[in-house]
Design a protein around this ligand. Sequence first.
Ligand code: CP3
Length: 342
Amino acid sequence: MKPLLDVLQGKSPSRRPIWLMRQAGRYLPEYREVRKKAGSFLDLCYSPNLAAEVTLQPLRRFDLDAAILFSDILVVPQAMGLSLDFVENEGPKLETVSDDAGVQRLDVRNAATNLGKVYETVSLVRKELNKRVGLIGFCGGAWTVASYMIEGGSSDRKRALAVATRGEAWFGDLVEKVIEVSVDYLCRQVEAGAEALQIFDSWAGDVPAELRESVVFKPSRKIMDGVRERHPHVPVILFARGLGGGHVDAARYCAPNALGVEQGVSLSELSARLGDGIAVQGNLEPEKLLAGEKEFRAAVQAVLEDAPRGRHIFNLGHGILPSVAPERVTELVRLIREYDGV
Ligand code: CP3
């Protein structure tokens, strides 16, 4: 009945599911309106009524198949005790962890409980969704979250990579703590009404091949195992961005229900190697939504022709850009439905 969940569970969907990463956000004037009312971005994340409202905004405008909880991956380290701020035009500013003492200070016990407002948002949204739209909860991948905790904000991740490469014991402990909180956090989202989960390991592609198993695959596998222990049937989408040819290894190691991939990866080749048990999600280049009409249409067509039938969730290769015209998204959805004849 819900195309997103059908694809994730290996059933044939009534139509190809579509959703977009960062579908609630600054490209929508109605988002900017609510964001202004909330004050700061974090105030918006922690105001369940307003966060539910912006989660639902893209569904009102576009014929999408999923809502994604409006929150951020960095609320997890904040809930573990690190101060967090989002500075206008600069991005996140997070208190850093740089040694064993810093890791010891992190609060694992209360972290997931501290995020009660997020679960309230989930349950408010779930009540508003019609019977065809799925609700996606999420967390960051442990590598991506740990890298922000080490770097303190948007960066080239060199410091975090150096710590990981040296195999510092405190890095391993940090990752384990992030995993533990993430499992609890995702389970509580499921208990509040999330029907599918996505792990955003946005910086997976930075990690050199020899460290991928320990730093990227294993932590995501542990998060998924932990969630499945309590909620065996909740489907998980793994988005380990930037692995290129390494996505097959991620899928074999982690066994997600779907694999989200960045632009440039061939969905047909990937799907052929994964088999029918794992669906693929992606992967229109976000910049194509800003291109001329002809280039835009050709790029959409190329993704559709390459995607495996019945085993594809349409998405972008990364988040939608703030300068995209909302009408382009209307057109995108129309083009996909037209191609599918639905
Ligand atoms: O997809 C959605 O619509 C759900 C909401 C969502 C946000 N962030 C809202 C947000 C999700 C799933 C995220 C995930 C997230 N957050 C990731 C992983 C995905 C990715 O994009 O790679 C990362 C790395 C972050 C951390 C983060 N949050 C950064 C680096 C920034 C600043 C850059 C930016 O885009 O502004 C944010 C801020 C943020 N998160 C905004 C939104 C809507 C913009 C805040 C605003 O309104 O000013």
